[in-house]
Ligand binder design. Sequence first.
Ligand code: FAD
Ligand code: NAD
Length: 439
Amino acid sequence: MLNVPSQSFPAPSSQQRVASGGRSKVPLKQGRSLMDWIRLTKSGKDLTGLKGRLIEVTEEELKKHNKKDDCWICIRGFVYNVSPYMEYHPGGEDELMRAAGSDGTDLFDQVHRWVNYESMLKECLVGRMAIKPAVSKGLSHEVEEDISVRVVENVGKIEIVLKKKETTSWKRLGHPLENHNSLIPRKDTGLYYRKCQLISKEGVTHDTKLFCLMLPPSAHLQVPTGQHVYLKLTITGTEIVKPYTPVSDFLLSEFKEPVLLNNKYIYFLIKVYPDGLFTPELDHLQIGDSVSVSNPEGNFKTSQFQELEDLFLLAAGTGFTPMAKILNYALTNIPSLRKVKLMFFNKTEDDIIWRSQLEKLAFKDKRFDVEFVLSAPTSEWNGKRGHISPALLSEFLKRSLDKSKVLICICGPTPFTEQGIRLLHELNFSKDEIHSFTA
Ligand code: FAD
Ligand code: NAD
């Protein structure tokens, strides 16, 4: 017999395998990629079995469709027949079956809050559950468009100043809007996308670019340190979203003049994969085109920095992006900090993002140090070589004092991060001393 390895999709090193929220992804069969799903939805095939009709679904009816080959799921009041999607679902059939014949909104939000199911599953839409109409009101009087928002990040205070259009006295503030989500836990709020405009795009390395987006008028978006957002584009008629971590203007201002610094702009360092799904589309956008940007997500908390003495950052490739803001925050806000070290893993010298800015920062701030490690260097490279390893880590992770309070942040390709976490545990660092960035 021929010993042909079974083909799994996505390949072990594929971006599509990035686990989200600690959830594992299953290997998909060949011909079952996101692009294949998009093609199927465009083929005109009747995916609901209802020949394009939309029906009103009762709870009793929903409950009946609870089998793999007849599986309906309700998400935020809309019912989808997800049976045709089963084999394309990166989380696997079992994950979808957990919500079969029921309201899967909570389960969905736990793992895929950011996924644009409305677009992905639009050909699977069966209809709507009966819902009560909600009152839609808002503020009782008009206000000026120009809203100012001040966020004191380390205290968690947000000050919003609205100016009345007319100087009359208001008897009441108004009524919450439908889906206004006031006074409910953040995890229960829907993900909101605002349309931003591409302002500039410049090369940083041979394949990584700095994208500057401008927020719409009166919009305020402050992405907390260590968190990411989702960018959304419509690709061949389907909305696709991918996570990206905005970078701070702190290192930008080291080299870019003039920098657009006020809260209207948001910067991203994004590597363009020529054979990727999303990044080539992003790269093809013209200045002035729009990209939708979600609310921030992520579980990093700056309270992890409290009383911190040593901060170690392990970044590989674009896994550097969360470290940019972390560096800024730590060096500016944490008086107890004695040492900040970044070990930055890349394939070649040409792949290193913002090398000179990092070297300049190390020169300027004596608490900060950076080491570059290359996995595929040229023969001229005099620095460190190889992949993440016990030898590299034990030399790098030296505390400034015997019992100093330490935090290690790690981000990069999934195998890098997983291997790193394993090695850190072997070096006796505890769970509380490690923060890993995943989706
Ligand atoms: P994909 O279509 O996912 O492909 C990427 C690569 O995998 C390509 O080389 C492609 O050929 C290969 N591939 C795809 N499918 C297969 C397959 N079946 N078999 C073999 N190979 C395959 N990236 C940044 O650049 N900057 C950031 O700030 C950033 N922040 C992130 C934050 C988070 C929380 C996470 C989880 C990821 C972040 N990423 C970031 C990565 C980003 O979300 C995307 O994964 C990345 O941009 C690739 O998207 P793509 O659709 O262009 O490529
Ligand atoms: P890359 O392919 O250029 O690799 C950079 C370095 O990572 C390599 O030099 C090597 O040292 C290490 N590496 C790569 N594969 C490895 C493996 N199998 N085992 C051990 N080490 C390995 O990296 P890239 O294309 O820039 O990819 C960056 C990754 O970071 C992407 O997967 C992206 O999704 C992820 N990322 C995650 C977040 C986040 O979760 N918050 C943010 C940004 C980027």
